[in-house]
Design a protein around this ligand. Structure first.
Ligand SMILES: [Zn+2]
Ligand SMILES: [Zn+2]
Ligand SMILES: [Zn+2]
Ligand SMILES: [Zn+2]
Length: 725
């Protein structure tokens, strides 16, 4: 029998693409993403005292894949781990090796899924790179420790359920800093003056005053002098400028351009790009390199000659400031530049087009643009500022031929001569106000994170997604607005943990992770150096007072119930005004002063904790009834419709009176008697209505492979697949 090789990848699409290039001697198996992770429970997750040793768990539902890979590996002569070519891919490869008990598997690396790249990679396997996978482990452990400790403190000091994180919090801070700039901004008035003129050849031309006065008197003076005098052209200045193409896409510039041109969020862009990559259409999409491989360049160059002609070609090299030479990737480019259109969905086709245009244009000649500046003034003495216009005409499009959207609007200017008289048709002013600085778009924030060196190609998209998911920012149109909650959390962290969420600290941590990847720093030392002082700092904040209110309300606004003073507080839905006598008085208003209906008591006692009272509250999805002991008791009463849906129609076998109904518990749905708390019968899965032939207990729904099983754990029919048939 011939040698058999098992190749393991993390995605089924990738497996399918690779299998097209390889013969029957190869088996390609997908792990369907991560197979292990840190457990949710923090105490079990990381053994800090023993040197920050993480204890991983097989992810839920992955047990089958793990044993399948183990079985396949036993039958293979050689095992190759072909996960993605970065630290995360290295870590997944290592996890697969550990979890599946692989003996001496090899690692192969490729940056594009093409026949050549795959075959070359198979011919040069290496061992798993311990430095790379350790760097990834350090990031995971670091983020877990910081997130856990900071979030825990915020729960105690600000509000239950909030979160903070090592990289999400600096990003939120950057957004808040801009917000404060906007609030502090004082708009100024200014005037824009425009004149419409007729030339000697009867063409019309519009000129704008080069000075924008901030004073109305000066504006009126210019208008008056301009309207009562003859005009002439004082100068015509011609110049030629060039525009150079931009470097091929990195992760960050791809996200920025896809956001501004296609309106895609960074995480959407990444998932589309991943699909293109897995189909073998583009090179790996997580990269900060601007380099195009020596093999790809000549093909791109001849494609440019073929489509546009020789004069459009200009071979260029782009310098990458990438830090870890070890992971030197390539820029994002099509694997086959001859393919102008590719992708299996509308999204993919659009993103591919963007990548194709950027790759091609990056190797093309500069665009040449002729500029003409026409200046005019009154004929006599130049008592007022010049009025002018700048025309621009593309003399040679160069790279703009491949990237038409990058071309600005052309402004044509009629033929004119210096000294030529102009006939004023009208002269007007428009009063305007200076604008505050703009809020960040998602693309702008990615650019800012990259500039400040916080975050990496693998993290930009997830940082933005996290602050969105946490409700710390909302996207309005294209811009990110901080929410009340986001502001309170950022204020808290900036006050007490300024150092840890600073640019310099965050960038330094990224550098240290790079150093681990390069083998220049040790995992345990790096974490110890950080975590010792950090955890001490967190503990020292244990005594600070809980932030119960965010300041006084306008003294004219009184409590709608008792007429007392009101204070600003933070609820799940943002800021509101609460009676200062809370909890004695529950009076509340919205920030605009409108009265808020407080929770109304229904008169029932909570069936779960038996001490709380049920109250009606207003939630995001309308009114609901819950226990006033929340968050200690999480009981939520079902509406009549939900109640009807929860019915199973199966009689309770214990009291023979109640019916089994679905309930929601902390660990998901479970099924119990409708006579609860009088009858305590309960089971884990939905009863099917049938009775067990062996023990007469209720039968219940099973798993995919065992459709039905006995609810009695001691009955042999609980595991019917093990019964002798
Ligand atoms: Zn009150
Ligand atoms: Zn309760
Ligand atoms: Zn019962
Ligand atoms: Zn049974």
């Amino acid at each position: 029998m011939a040698n058999k090789t098992l190749i393991i990848v993390e995605s089924p699409t990738k497996a399918k693409t690779i299998s097209k290039f390889l013969g029957t001697d190869f088996t390609i198996k997908s792990s369907y993403g991560h197979i292990r992770d840190l457990p949710k429970n923090n105490r079990k997750a990381i053994d800090i005292a023993e040197g920050f040793i993480p204890h991983y768990e097989i992810s839920k539902g992955k047990e089958k894949i793990v044993s399948e890979i183990g079985e396949l590996a036993k039958k293979a002569d050689k095992v190759l781990l072909a996960t993605d070519p970065d630290r995360e891919g290295e870590a997944i490869a290592w996890h697969i090796k550990e979890a599946c008990g692989l003996k001496n598997p090899k690692r192969i690396i490729f940056h594009e899924i093409t026949e050549n790249a795959i075959k070359e990679a198979i011919n040069s396997p290496r061992d798993i790179d311990e430095n790379l996978r350790k760097a990834q482990e350090a990031r995971r452990v670091l983020d877990r420790l910081v997130g856990y400790d900071l979030s825990g403190l915020i729960w105690k000091k600000v509000r239950y359920g909030l979160s903070a994180g090592r990289v999400q919090s600096p990003a939120l801070r950057i957004i808040m800093e801009k917000e404060r700039e906007i609030r502090a901004f004082v708009p100024e008035n200014y005037w824009v003056l425009t004149g419409k003129f007729e030339t000697e050849k009867k063409d019309t031309i519009i000129l704008t005053c080069e000075k924008e006065p901030t004073d109305e008197r000066e504006t009126n003076q210019i208008l008056e002098i301009g309207r009562s005098n003859a005009w002439r052209i004082t100068e015509i200045k011609q110049s030629e400028t060039t525009r150079s193409p931009r470097a091929p896409f990195t992760t960050s510039t791809l996200q920025q351009t896809a956001s501004s041109r296609l309106g895609y969020s960074p995480s959407r862009t990444m998932s589309i790009a991943q699909k293109l990559y897995e189909q073998g259409l583009i090179t790996y999409m997580r990269t900060d390199s601007m380099t195009i491989s020596k093999e790809a360049l000549p093909i791109i160059h001849s494609e440019i000659e073929k489509i546009y002609g020789k004069e459009y070609l200009e071979p260029r090299e782009y310098k990458t400031k990438s830090k870890s030479a070890q992971e030197a990737h390539e820029a994002i480019r099509p694997t086959k530049i001859g393919k102008k259109i590719a992708g299996s969905s509308d999204d993919q086709v659009k993103l591919y087009k963007l990548i194709w245009e950027r790759t091609i244009s990056s190797q093309m000649a500069d665009a040449k643009i002729f500029k003409t500046k026409v200046s005019a003034n009154i004929a006599e003495k130049e008592l007022i500022p010049n009025f002018s216009v700048i025309g621009s005409i593309t003399a040679f499009p160069g790279w703009l031929a491949a990237d038409k959207e990058a071309q600005g609007e052309e402004i044509q200017i009629p033929k004119l001569a210096e000294g030529e008289a102009l006939k004023l048709l009208n002269l007007d002013s428009q009063d305007k106000q200076t604008e505050p600085p703009g809020r960040y778009t998602e693309a702008g924030l990615v650019k800012e994170l990259e500039k400040r060196e916080i975050g990496r190609p693998s993290t930009y998209a997830s940082i933005i997604k996290t602050i969105n998911d946490r409700g710390y920012v909302t996207k309005e149109g294209k811009t990110l607005h901080p929410t009340d909650t986001g502001e309170v959390v950022s204020d808290f962290l900036e006050k007490y943990f300024a150092q840890y969420i600073s640019d310099s600290f965050t960038a330094e941590m990224e550098n240290k992770l790079d150093a681990i990847a390069d083998g220049k720093e040790r995992y345990e030392e790096m974490l110890k150096d950080f975590y010792g002082p950090f955890s001490k700092d967190v503990k020292s904040k244990d005594k600070i007072e809980k932030i119960t209110n965010l300041g006084e309300a306008d003294p004219d606004i009184k409590c709608p119930v008792c007429g007392g003073r009101m204070v600003i507080k933070l609820s799940k839905n943002g800021k509101f005004l609460s009676c200062a006598n809370f909890p004695k008085c529950a009076g509340a208003r919205k920030m605009d002063g409108a009265i808020m209906e407080g929770p109304k008591e229904t008169g029932e006692i909570c069936p779960e904790c038996k001490t709380g009272k049920l109250v009606e509250r207003e939630g995001r999805f309308g009114k609901f009834i819950s226990c006033n002991n929340y968050p200690k008791c999480k009981f939520i009463k079902k509406s009549p419709e939900e109640e009807a849906k929860a019915k199973t129609g199966v009689k309770c076998p214990k009291c023979s009176d109640g019916e089994i109904v679905e309930r929601r518990g902390r660990f998901g749905p479970f099924y119990s008697c409708s006579n609860y708390p009088k009858c305590d019968f309960a089971m884990n899965s939905k009863p099917t209505g049938k009775i067990c032939e062996l023990c007469k207990s209720l039968m219940m729904e099973g798993t995919k492979t065992i459709p039905e099983r006995c609810s009695n754990k001691l009955c042999a029919n609980h595991n019917p697949h093990k019964l002798d048939k």
